[in-house]
Design a protein around this ligand. Structure first.
Ligand code: ATP
Length: 208
């Protein structure tokens, strides 16, 4: 791990990882990011926050109801993981600034929020709504992803340069690849929890 460490005084406070995403569908890469962050950053909890209509992306392929169901199924065996539907019920685009503002109000000042991003999202972070305001609300933690650069290699003025970087992961799984496999009838074992694979099959999701 490199970059600026969350400050030591903060260790006295409850520390919650905020893991937003499309989760279309949730996969083992997401579970690995959350597990690694939980351990490396000594988080008390990781909150998965599926977005109905994420900013800067095309609309997800399946409904927010199905995506929340799949997240719930995937995290059921992880006692320190939970789901927030704060962005599932939001109208219009989801901006992380709004997510964190609402969570800060919900949890109060005794809780420190840690925003978890994969390295691809860290690069995009400069295009998000008011990155500097986001950094006032949460510590930024970036988890490595194959083929993506680490935050210390970003330009000096990039807002994600200050992130704590966890570079031990390297899980080469993406939801895009899973959707393609499902569409083409290719296997998805080991890419997602079996229960999520069963849910997708039973509900006929991601077919041609
Ligand atoms: P898609 O392929 O549809 O873009 P995705 O696999 O990137 O989807 P998202 O739900 O968009 O999944 O990602 C949510 C968050 O999880 C993002 O911050 C993303 O960078 C991170 N993430 C997803 N998969 C990985 C992975 N394999 N390694 C590291 N971070 C990941």
């Amino acid at each position: 791990m490199s970059g600026s460490e969350p400050d030591l005084v903060a260790n006295l406070r409850r520390r919650v990882g905020v893991f937003g995403g499309t989760f279309d569908p949730i996969h083992n890469g997401h579970i690995a990011v959350a597990s690694l962050a939980l351990e490396s950053l000594r988080l008390d909890e990781v909150l998965f926050v599926p977005a109905a209509d994420p900013y800067l992306r095309s609309l997800p392929q399946v409904s927010i109801t199905h995506r929340c169901e799949m997240v719930g199924i995937a995290i059921a065996t992880h006692p320190q993981f939970s789901i927030s539907t704060i962005d599932a019920t939001r109208t219009g685009h989801t901006y992380t600034l709004d997510t964190l503002t609402d969570l800060k109000n919900e949890f109060g000042s005794d809780t420190e929020l840690v925003l978890l991003l994969g390295a691809d999202s860290a690069v995009e972070f400069a295009r998000w709504k008011d990155p500097q305001a986001i950094l006032q609300l949460a510590i930024l933690a970036v988890v490595s992803r194959p083929g993506e650069i680490d935050p210390s290699l970003l330009p000096d003025d990039h807002p994600a340069r200050c992130a704590t970087y966890i570079d031990e992961l390297g899980v080469d799984i993406s939801a895009t690849q899973i959707r393609e496999n499902l569409r083409d009838g290719k296997p998805t074992q080991d890419l997602m929890p079996d229960e999520v694979i069963g849910y997708i099959r039973d509900n006929g999701l991601y077919r041609k």
